[in-house]
Every structure is written in C-alpha cells, then in structure tokens.
Design a protein around this ligand. Structure first.
Ligand code: FES
Length: 56
C-alpha cells in the first residue's frame, strides 16, 4: 500500500529503509531520495519504522 501520497512511497520502501538503519521518517525518506511534504504520512511512517525496529 502507499504510505506517502506526496512522494508515492510504498509501505515496503519505508520498511526497507527502516531495516537499512533509518530510525525516523525524515531519514527514511531522505534515504529514498525525498522528504516529507504535507506531513500527513509521518505518524504512519513512524509506526512502520517502529514495528520494523521491534522486529529486528
Ligand atoms: S503524504 Fe507524505 S508528505 Fe504528504
């Protein structure tokens, strides 16, 4: 599913970034070559990253 509409980021991309070591939405998005725009997706992205961190 799409997490970030502004940047067309999918859930898998954010999870991959989290597994690659990104610990917050800002660094995850930066690693994907973009950054938060409207900010609407940030809480959900943060949850995804937290769940990947917990699973690691
Ligand atoms: S939906 Fe991600 S910045 Fe707008």
């Amino acid at each position: 599913m799409v997490v970030c509409i502004c940047n067309a980021l999918r859930e898998n991309q954010v999870r991959d970034a989290a597994r690659a070591g990104c610990r917050d939405p800002l660094s995850a998005y930066a690693s994907l070559g973009c950054r938060p725009r409207c900010g609407q997706c940030v809480p959900f992205a943060r949850e995804l990253i937290a769940s990947e961190s917990a699973a690691a």
